[in-house]
Structures are given as structure tokens and as C-alpha cells.
Design a protein around this ligand. Structure first.
Ligand code: G3P
Ligand code: MG
Length: 250
């Protein structure tokens, strides 16, 4: 049984707000969302920051990169102006601040470990330990519904997360499922497969579900496609179109 929300706002608020910001969470809440996917990368000084791209230029102005910039300097970058003038000055959130906001608003989290190149294990370990510190009560209670779900395209990051805090649930993220997806999930003691819905077929969905693993898709942006994959047995998905696909979509 999938203990997590079925419909999840991608990068905070999908395409309706600047991604991976507190403003995006506020936007999601305005649409009734209490479930979010977001990306975490380490700064130069080893602090988890909520950002998708390693390089500056798309969601924050200027030249530079997350792994070569200290957290305090990243936090001062404008992560909202690219999206619209009303979001100008929206900061790059710290992982800690972002999680605290989610907890205060009772927003469930799919935390994507997004390591900069060369920092796979360090990022996986840092995210697992920082998450553990924020979820001590839920970990003690052993209730999966009260825990976030960690996921990553980096199996090295997931292995480090598993070694650091084995009790935090993990999902293996694949664009296209590799031939040995089941072996990789088993090696990481994962609870779920996360995959690009565009490469999923009914037969593959059935094969995943038959193993007892959860199946989560990204990024599903039309109600028609959402209905199709849910009929295939997909347990949950994230969406950019929180205006078209509501949290109670079925
Ligand atoms: O976690 C699912 C999805 O977010 C993966 O792709 O590039 O949006 O992080 P991306
Ligand atoms: Mg992501």
C-alpha cells in the first residue's frame, strides 16, 4: 500500500510559481496542495540548498554554480525575478528552512537528492542526516506516512543515504527503467521506483507493482495522461499543472 499522497506539486508549485522557493509552496497551498517534490544540492560549505540546476543562469542570475558558492551567498540570490517581477527577491531556500515551512504547514515531502557532479555520496549522506534530525519523532514512531520519501537519479547518493539513515524510505529515480531496475532497488533497499511517465508502459507498470514496490511518476501535466497511468497501477505522480490536476484528482 502506498502510504504517501497520490498527487504531488513538482518543484514546489509546478509552473505557476518560481520553482523550489517558499513562494512556490505558498502557491501550492493556495491550490490545496499539501504534498511537494523539491531538489536539494550542497553548497560549497556543505549546506543543503533547494535548487535544481548546478549552474546559475536559469533560475538565479549571473555566472557561478551551487557547489562553488557558500550557502549564505546562495541564499542572497534572487530565485524569483526570472519568473516575474512580483517574485523578485525570493531567496534560494535552505533545506532546513524549506523543510521547517513544510512541517509547519503539514506538507508532505518527496525530497530529491540532486548532487552536483562529484558530490554524490556527500549529498546523499547530508540529506539523510538533516532529514533524520527533522523527523526524529516520526522515525521513532516508525510510521511511513509521517516520513518524507527520499529519491535520486544517483544510486551512489541513495546508497550513502541508506548507509547514514537506513530507516528513511528511498525511491530509485530513473528516466527510463534500466534492465536491472529490480536489482538496483533491492540493493538500495528502496520502497519505490520513480520514473518518467513518458517511457512507462502498462506492462512495465505491472511488472513494478508485482514486486511490491511503489511506483511514482514525473512529471504528469494533463488529466488524460494522469487517468491513464493511474489505471495502470501507478501509485502517485508529481505535476507542474497544479491548476489542472488538483490534490484530490482521481
Ligand atoms: O523527482 C522527479 C523529478 O523532479 C525529476 O526530474 O529534473 O525535475 O528534478 P527533475
Ligand atoms: Mg526534481
Amino acid at each position: 500500500m502506498w502510504p504517501y499522497p497520490r498527487i504531488v506539486a513538482h518543484r514546489g508549485g509546478g509552473t505557476l510559481a518560481p520553482e523550489n522557493t517558499i513562494a512556490a509552496l505558498r502557491c501550492g497551498l493556495a491550490y490545496g496542495f499539501r504534498a511537494v517534490e523539491f531538489d536539494v544540492m550542497l553548497s560549497r560549505d556543505g549546506i543543503g540548498m533547494v535548487m535544481h540546476d548546478e549552474q546559475f543562469g536559469r533560475t538565479v542570475p549571473g555566472l557561478g554554480s551551487v557547489p562553488t558558492t557558500d550557502a549564505a551567498d546562495l541564499a542572497r540570490l534572487d530565485a524569483g525575478g526570472w519568473f516575474g517581477p512580483e517574485f523578485r527577491g525570493e531567496p534560494v531556500p535552505t533545506f532546513t528552512g524549506f523543510v521547517e515551512y513544510c512541517q509547519a504547514q503539514r506538507i508532505w515531502m518527496n525530497i530529491e537528492i540532486k548532487p552536483a557532479q562529484g558530490f554524490e555520496a556527500a549529498t546523499g549522506r547530508w540529506v539523510a542526516e538533516a532529514t533524520r534530525d527533522k523527523f526524529t519523532a516520526a522515525l521513532a514512531a516508525g510510521d511511513p506516512a509521517g516520513l518524507p520519501l527520499l529519491s535520486s537519479f544517483s544510486m551512489a547518493a541513495l546508497a550513502a543515504a541508506r548507509d547514514a539513515v537506513p530507516a528513511l524510505p528511498r525511491g530509485c529515480l530513473f528516466d527510463t527503467l534500466p534492465a536491472d531496475w529490480q536489482g538496483q532497488a533491492a540493493a538500495l533497499d528502496a520502497v519505490a521506483i520513480h520514473t518518467n511517465h513518458q517511457h512507462l508502459t502498462p506492462a512495465l507498470a505491472q511488472a513494478v507493482k508485482q514486486t511490491g514496490l511503489g511506483l511514482f511518476c514525473y512529471t504528469v501535466n494533463t488529466p488524460e495522461r494522469a487517468r491513464d497511468i493511474l489505471a495502470w497501477g501507478v501509485d502517485g505522480f508529481c505535476t507542474d499543472r497544479i491548476d489542472l490536476i488538483g490534490p484530490a484528482f482521481a
